[in-house]
Write a protein that binds this ligand. Structure first.
Ligand code: HEM
Length: 246
């Protein structure tokens, strides 16, 4: 079904920024409906969810930004290379330090789906840098579109002071997200791609959304396993205590 859609938008010969939005429309809806994103939309994100999300985002942006940096002169990357405005890695490191302390690197948890996403980013950074635009679009334009709202929800749900552990959501180098998104789209449209590579980029964008959905699902799974472990630990602890009292 996704393939059919890709072929039909290609026939219209429209701009990459429009095509990419069309082919990822269904997965955007699916991403919005993951348990984690629904919790965001209800405004009840928990500290456990947020901390695990930061861990995964750290691994993802580390791989994405390494791939973009090492291909910054590539003709398909240079037009959309905006490290000063968009780079998230440093902010994520500060947020992780805020929650986990100075030795956060030893404490972060990386679920399997995040490892798969990172693996894909490293692979295309090496073998297909022309596809990086699909990943940069999916993350950065998503962050610019919903970032401020998600940041406010996180702050309110967790009762954080302004800015505390929330640097990921703020883009001090972007004064108007909407204008920046317009610029970014026009840069995407200036990338010269042959028919095959354009199809590859569109497929990769669908894959990028898919990888994000898997990260969110994996994270929720991990949280529910942690919860049930805590629950099943409780009776045994009580049992131990009651036995030791006897
Ligand atoms: C754009 C909502 C999650 C990626 C947008 C826009 C909204 C939105 C309102 C602006 C649409 C426009 O300008 O026409 C949401 C909500 C989410 C969510 C409510 C969940 C709480 C995500 C996720 C991703 C994502 C998880 C990817 C990982 C994008 C991208 C755009 C976008 C790439 C730019 C679309 C374009 O202009 O081409 N989102 N989003 N979003 N979102 Fe999301």
């Amino acid at each position: 079904m996704e393939t059919q859609k890709i072929i039909s938008v290609e026939l219209t010969d429209s701009d990459l920024s429009e095509q990419i939005k069309v082919v990822t429309k269904d997965c955007h809806v699916r991403a919005e409906n993951t348990e984690l994103m629904l919790a965001y939309q209800r405004g009840d994100i928990t500290m456990e969810q947020y901390k695990l999300l930061l861990c995964s985002l750290h691994e993802i942006y580390q791989a994405l930004e390494e791939a973009l940096d090492s291909n910054s002169n590539h003709s398909c990357v240079a037009p959309i290379y905006f490290p000063l405005e968009l780079a998230r890695l440093e902010s994520l490191e500060k947020d992780l330090e805020h929650f986990y302390g100075h030795n956060w690197r030893e404490k972060i948890v990386v679920p399997a789906a995040t490892k798969r996403y990172v693996h894909r980013l490293r692979q295309i950074g090496k073998d297909n840098p022309e596809y990086l635009v699909a990943h940069a679009y999916t993350r950065y334009l998503g962050d610019l579109s919903g970032g401020t709202v998600l940041g406010r929800i996180t702050q309110k749900s967790l009762g954080l002071k302004s800015g505390e552990g929330l640097l990921f959501f703020s883009f001090p180098g972007v004064s108007s997200p909407n204008r920046f998104k317009q610029l970014y789209r026009s840069r995407m449209n200036s990338i010269e791609l042959n028919h095959e590579d354009r199809k590859g980029v569109l497929d990769e964008a669908v894959r990028a959304f898919e990888l994000n959905i898997q990260v969110f699902d994996d994270l929720q799974k991990m949280l529910s396993e942690m919860k049930s472990e805590t629950k099943s630990d409780m009776p045994s602890k009580m049992e131990r205590e009651s036995t030791s009292e006897k």
